[in-house]
Design a protein around this ligand. Structure first.
Ligand SMILES: NC(=O)c1ccc[n+]([C@@H]2O[C@H](COP(=O)([O-])OP(=O)(O)OC[C@H]3O[C@@H](n4cnc5c(N)ncnc54)[C@H](OP(=O)(O)O)[C@@H]3O)[C@@H](O)[C@H]2O)c1
Length: 433
């Protein structure tokens, strides 16, 4: 049988072409820079502009910013709902799902809740609001982002453009120093780093290391646009390369993520969970949010954010297997079953149904990539590199041992109960004998 050829007009982009596209995007958004013209005194308290508070991390950030005494006001900018659900309702649901008292959080007079088209100039804000923001905002936390690992780089252009508009808005500030622009980046910016001889340092990375998919590539582009602003203007951006966020204080873990995908496919279709001999540095969302808030006046541009005290994969998967009453099997066995389960998925309606019942199958390439590596000493589960956290540990006390203890079986079981509570996971509870 001859090797399969790409369809006419379609090809797999090579790494050089992707790198050229990434560099082109950085150049496009770094052609010119506004001048910062301060005209007002520095405020006593902090005013935050937060984007994307309807997501898990954003809702947690909002809920923790409200009681922060130094924070006087929070402009919360969300995108519009495609289905017309009122903004307050969406925001309350997100805050409640993240495990906070939505009534209490959203009744705070500090909050100004806004809904805009983010990729528009001045992120779609009215003249009046822009004036208020110019005169008061001290920190911008840019968290809104398309989290989809199947979208190519070009599909993230609206997200990149939003970041660029935020940088321009920051430089339009009337305050003596422009707001700190804080960008929630990802560990994916070095997911293809070829040689690991130690933890990845908190420095700018090579474009090639990010070329595993459009999501990481676009985050690399954003980091490099911020770096251009830092080199050419008084802006002092901060970006946090976040590793895997796990369930927060109530176990709330984004159900579209790859870990819940493993659990859902395992329960619905495969009848087993994978065992792996790797550590996981997953960090609860409430600790990530606390650390980001603590980093807001950091003297450093680059921060890494993963759990400083990882645990073995099976410390979490063994209790999940016990709770779900399915066996823990060698990773290769689990992967074979996943490959087999996808063989019957062919038609568009089967693919749609597959996304719901067998979501791990849609991420099969990622799971195929989990292989024994000669550099495994510097790798975590699913190929992630170990990150140097020196800067982060220095500025974020929440990453300390007491406030950020190691994950335990109780955390793992809490995640399962959370997914069950929102209707994405079902299992038979067996009576104790
Ligand atoms: N979860 C992780 O493990 C992880 C790891 C590393 C980095 N991060 C980063 O952390 C941030 C928050 O992630 P999350 O896990 O909280 O994700 P999430 O629950 O999917 O929330 C994403 C937020 O961004 C908004 N959003 C999604 N697509 C958008 C678009 N095209 N334009 C404008 N806004 C959009 C969402 O609004 P709607 O509610 O309207 O959809 C939501 O408010 C993201 O920047 C993500 O890249 C997350």
């Amino acid at each position: 049988m001859s090797a399969s050829k790409p369809y006419p007009g379609l090809s797999v982009p090579d790494e050089d072409a992707i790198v050229a596209e990434m560099l082109g995007m950085v150049a496009r958004y770094s052609q010119s820079f506004p001048t910062h013209k301060p005209s007002r005194p520095a405020p006593q308290k902090h005013t935050i502009l937060l984007t994307g508070a309807t997501g898990v991390l954003g809702a947690t950030l909002l809920s923790l910013l409200v009681p922060t005494p130094e924070v006087a006001r929070i402009y919360v900018v969300n995108r519009r709902s495609p289905t017309g659900v009122p903004l307050l309702q969406r925001q309350m649901e997100a805050v409640a799902e993240a495990g906070f008292d939505a009534q209490e959080v959203l009744s705070s007079p500090k909050i100004v809740l806004l809904e805009t088209n983010l990729p528009e100039e001045r992120i779609g804000l009215s003249d009046e609001l822009v004036e208020e923001i110019r005169n008061s905002v001290t920190h911008i936390i840019h968290n809104a982002y398309l989290v989809n690992f199947n979208v190519p780089l070009a599909g993230f252009d609206p997200n990149v453009k939003t970041l660029w508009h935020l940088c321009n808005l920051a430089l339009a500030s009337a305050l003596p120093t422009p707001p700190r622009v804080m960008f929630v980046s990802t560990a994916d910016v070095w997911s293809k780093k070829p040689v690991l001889t130690g933890p990845v340092p908190e420095i700018m990375t090579d474009a090639r290391w990010a070329t595993r998919g459009g999501y990481g590539e676009s985050k690399w582009v954003c980091e490099n646009i911020l770096n251009e602003f830092a080199q050419n203007t008084p802006l002092c951006p901060i970006f946090m390369r976040v590793g895997q966020i796990s369930g927060g204080q109530n176990g709330a873990w984004n159900s579209h993520d790859w870990v819940p995908a493993i659990i859902r496919s395992s329960v619905n279709c495969l009848g087993c969970l994978p065992s792996l001999d790797y550590d996981v540095p997953w960090i609860p969302g409430n600790i990530v949010a606390k650390a980001i808030i603590e980093m807001r006046d950091s003297p450093y541009m680059v921060h890494h954010l993963e759990h400083p005290r990882p645990v073995a994969w099976n410390t979490l998967f063994r209790p999940m297997a016990d709770t779900l009453h399915i066996p823990l099997v060698p990773y290769e066995t689990w992967l074979d079953r996943l490959e087999e389960s996808g063989r019957t998925i062919r038609t568009p309606s089967e693919i749609e149904a597959g996304k719901r019942t067998n979501p791990a199958w849609t991420l099969i390439n990622m799971f195929r990539g989990v292989v024994a590596s000669s550099e495994r000493a510097w790798r975590r589960a699913v190929g992630q590199a170990i990150m140097d956290m020196t800067h982060s540990l220095e500025v974020a006390p929440s990453l300390g041992e007491e406030s950020c203890p190691q994950l335990t079986r109780e955390d793992a079981v809490k995640w399962l109960h959370f997914w069950r509570s929102i209707g994405v996971l079902e299992w038979q509870v067996r009576a104790k004998l």
